[in-house]
Design a protein around this ligand. Structure first.
Ligand SMILES: Nc1ncnc2c1ncn2[C@@H]1O[C@H](COP(=O)(O)OP(=O)(O)O)[C@@H](O)[C@H]1O
Ligand SMILES: [Mg+2]
Length: 244
């Protein structure tokens, strides 16, 4: 379980970006985190990973996110950042996916087998020997997702997982998320993706949770979405809101 209690974050003194965010995310739940640009979605994820300082409490499986617990927290909390460039540090896709596995003591044969499996599940076996700096944005994103899935964390954070992906890879990610029996926290502008993958949606506005409930209710409420800088998912936008 991931618990946030009254979390405040600021980049500049006296100008908080998260203003008392509280949220419980239960094991196995998939939740969509939505909100206009600048609402604080990425900041919230970075705070959960201990990448930026915060006040209040963030607990992952009962462990407070703080320096002494970073290693344990990051073992159970996998993440795909908005900018995948920042999280690939080995020369090739294969080495990058294997890196974490080897670090946790897996033999190189086992690690390579696991890597082959994950790349194959994601339909990107052809990228295995490719150099990271020569991948397209979408290929990098898929490789970063492979590296996270290989580690089998119990909770996964994804920040805009489908940006830079073509429709086929977007569908692969949606199907992958649907097939995972994990806690998933997905920040996305792609409300159609959230509707497909997350039963629960949390709307963030100016650093606060302004709505929290079933995606099927929140993401079909045009007034609620528009008052928070969002638009109906495309499938409703094109055919008018549900029920009309
Ligand atoms: N490194 C930073 N330094 C200063 N301000 C930042 C930094 N990162 C984000 N912000 C500000 O924090 C606010 C929330 O940003 P962010 O969490 O990235 O929003 P979202 O992911 O919802 O678009 C924005 O006003 C943004 O300009
Ligand atoms: Mg963001």
């Amino acid at each position: 379980m991931v618990e946030l209690r009254d979390v405040y974050c600021e980049y500049e003194k006296g100008n908080p970006v998260l203003k008392g965010t509280s949220l419980n995310i239960y094991d196995g739940e998939s939740i969509g985190l939505v909100g206009a640009n600048g609402a604080g979605k990425s900041t919230l994820m970075k705070a959960m990973l201990g990448l930026i300082p915060y006040t209040g409490d963030i607990l992952v499986d009962g462990l407070r996110v703080e320096k002494s617990n970073y290693q344990a927290v990051r073992k159970s909390l996998g993440f795909v950042l908005q900018n995948s460039d920042n999280q690939m540090f080995m020369p090739t896709v294969k080495e990058d996916v294997m890196f974490g596995l080897l670090n946790y003591g897996m033999s190189s044969e086992e690690a390579e087998k696991k890597t082959d499996q994950v790349l194959s599940d994601l339909g990107i076996s052809h990228l295995k020997e490719r150099h990271n700096h020569r991948l397209s944005g979408g290929e990098k994103r898929m490789s970063a997702i492979a590296a996270v899935l290989a580690m089998d964390p119990s909770h996964i954070l994804m920040d805009e997982p489908c940006s830079a992906l073509d429709p086929r890879n977007r569908r692969v990610i949606i199907n992958t998320v649907l097939g995972l029996d994990r806690t998933m926290i997905i920040a996305s502008h792609d409300l159609d993706m959230i509707l497909d993958t997350c039963k629960r949606t949390v709307i963030l506005s100016e650093g606060k949770v302004v709505a929290d409930g079933p995606s099927s209710v929140l993401l079909t409420d045009r007034d609620l979405l528009e008052s928070n800088g969002l638009e109906l998912p495309l499938r409703y936008y094109q055919s008018g809101p549900a029920g009309s």
